[in-house]
Write a protein that binds this ligand. Structure first.
Ligand code: FES
Length: 232
């Protein structure tokens, strides 16, 4: 099938403003959007810039706005989009070049919630045991691949880039509800700040955007309840 791909391109060092580049070529329905991007870069215009690595939905490098929806380019097939495809950088983060955005603010928020196990108890002889039921409480949150599809689909983040964002909150959830962790108070203090989780307006964009199927809005609500319970 013949497809038409429009890519929003921008090189801040060379272009006065972003512009749409237009590419028309033959593809097959089972090509992924990442294959389409690779074809353009390798066969048509080597200056096209985008991130990718694993090509299997694991590394989280290639989140893009594809036909108006945040997705991983390596997980979307041409046949599911049709012959007209638009690709833009994810929103709310500064464009460095074409589809590459500055991820530093996103990772600053991630680091702020202390994304590691905090437990100063003496190290046990064997592993710290946890029941299947205890794991189930936060298991979904462990699936985050930090692609930023959720945070950059959030209208609150678009208007306030300091908002800590759903990805950071869901990673806080991963540790707050882990029975082996003792850092809940520190994390909740971070999340209770003026740019923390109370900025969430329950738009559900994050849940819809997550390529891992994490019920992010539910996780955010659980952290809100935990914060209220701890303050009561
Ligand atoms: S390239 Fe790794 S998630 Fe798509």
């Amino acid at each position: 099938m013949q497809i038409n791909v429009k890519i929003k391109r921008y090189d801040p060092e060379a272009d006065a403003r972003p512009y749409w580049a237009d590419y028309t070529f033959e593809a097959v329905g089972t090509d992924r959007i990442l294959d389409v991007m690779n074809h353009i870069k390798w066969e048509v215009d080597g200056s096209l810039a985008y991130r990718r690595s694993c090509a299997h939905g694991i590394c989280g490098s290639d989140a893009m706005l594809i036909n108006g929806v945040n997705r991983l380019a390596c997980k979307v097939l041409v046949k599911d989009l049709g012959a007209k495809i638009t690709i833009e950088p994810i929103r709310g983060l500064a464009v460095l070049k074409d589809l590459i955005v500055d991820m530093e603010p996103f990772f600053d928020s991630y680091k702020a919630i202390l994304p590691y196990l905090i437990n100063d108890d003496p190290v046990p002889v064997r592993e710290r045991l946890q029941s299947a039921q205890e794991l189930e409480v936060f298991d979904d949150s462990t699936k985050c691949i930090l692609c930023a599809a959720c945070t950059t689909s959030c209208p609150v983040f678009w208007t306030n880039g300091r908002y800590i964002g759903p990805a950071a909150i869901v990673n806080a959830h991963r540790f707050i509800f882990d029975t082996r962790d003792h850092g809940t108070a520190e994390r909740l203090q971070v999340l209770n700040s003026s740019d923390g989780l109370w900025r969430c307006r329950t738009a559900y964009n994050c849940t819809e955007a997550c390529p891992r199927g994490i019920p992010i809005t539910k996780a955010i609500e659980e952290v809100k309840r935990e914060l209220l319970w701890q303050r009561a």
